[in-house]
Design a protein around this ligand. Structure first.
Ligand SMILES: [Fe+2]
Ligand SMILES: [Fe+2]
Length: 308
């Protein structure tokens, strides 16, 4: 587990405030068409809970004495989760030479860190399964692309690649929650992003009353996940907040995923692939020189995870 994380900025809102907050009046340059009726920003009944097993697995990361057996014991009693883990363990993504028939066997072969990544991936997929719209599908593909890029870049830079993968999966969880809880408003946000390259955070604040970084950070704190994750979800669009290390890698990986075409529902990147790549540490820059090859590799891995 990483140590020495900075304390994320104090949340400007609490979960309770999010639940009862009203939409602000929309500024004419942010919204098109008539302003929607005032309504609650946060409707907890519309937001499915993140799978308990995935949350526990994420929390286990904070414990220094966590073992493979502990993680395995979490998964086994959850039939749906066990089934999904076995499906991934038997998929071409993992490519073991023999059939994996139980969770303990899968755990032994995958190893603790890989199993943990699988659990988080399965958790996000289960979370998104509540009405898998094209918008949510693009959120899913963006998160997986960011995770894959982050994992590879972190490995090249001798950083914690498993942390980078997991953080990549979780970094835009606030966007997923906004898209689930406010589908109409968030569809309008996305339309604005497809219109021309722009920073979508002000558009989110104008149309949804809050941006996905604040929603994600609040949610991750509510889930009592390790602080490193609330830092990533809150600050991954803040260039000044990420000087080095895994959090910097995740931020750059999010931008590179957008530039590669794994943006949310047609979002157009503000900067070119080459410009973003230039901000990566040198070992990662060398790894990602061929833009088309990287896009094809990620597309094939995302599809494999989707169909596993
Ligand atoms: Fe984001
Ligand atoms: Fe992102």
């Amino acid at each position: 587990m990483k140590t020495g994380w900075r304390t994320p900025p104090k949340p400007k809102v609490t979960m309770e405030a999010l639940r009862i907050a009203d939409l602000p009046n929309l500024s004419p340059d942010m919204a098109t068409g008539p302003a929607p009726a005032r309504q609650q920003v946060w409707r907890p009944d519309d937001v499915p809970p993140f799978p308990a097993v995935a949350l526990k697995a994420l929390n286990l990361m904070a414990g220094k004495d966590t073992s493979l057996v502990e993680l395995c014991n979490l998964i086994r009693p959850d039939l749906a989760f066990s089934t999904e883990v076995l499906r991934i363990a038997n998929s071409p993504l993992v490519a073991f030479s023999r059939d994996i028939t139980n969770v303990l066997q899968a755990s032994m072969l995958l190893g603790f860190r890989r199993l943990r990544s699988v659990v988080i991936t399965v958790g996000l997929r289960a979370y998104l399964a509540h009405g898998f719209t094209p918008l949510l599908e693009s959120c899913w593909r963006h998160s997986i692309a960011c995770a894959i890029i982050g994992e590879r870049a972190a490995k090249a830079c001798l950083l914690d690649k498993e942390f980078a993968y997991t953080a990549g999966i979780l970094h835009d969880i606030g966007r997923v929650v906004l898209a689930v809880s406010m589908p109409n408003e968030y569809a309008r946000v996305v339309e604005r992003g497809a219109d021309q390259p722009r920073d979508l955070l002000p558009v989110e604040r104008a149309l949804c009353g809050i941006d996905h970084c604040e929603v994600g950070g609040t949610l991750v704190r509510e889930w009592t996940l390790p602080e490193a994750f609330s830092w990533i979800t809150t600050c991954h669009h803040d260039a000044d907040a990420h000087a080095a290390g895994e959090d910097c890698i995740v931020r750059q990986s999010c931008l590179l995923a957008d530039a590669l075409g794994f943006g949310v529902a047609g979002y157009r990147s503000l900067r070119s692939y080459a410009e973003i790549l230039n901000d990566f540490p040198e070992p990662a820059r060398n790894l990602f020189r061929d833009e088309q090859e990287l896009a094809a590799e990620i597309d094939s891995q995302v599809t494999m995870i989707e169909t596993a």
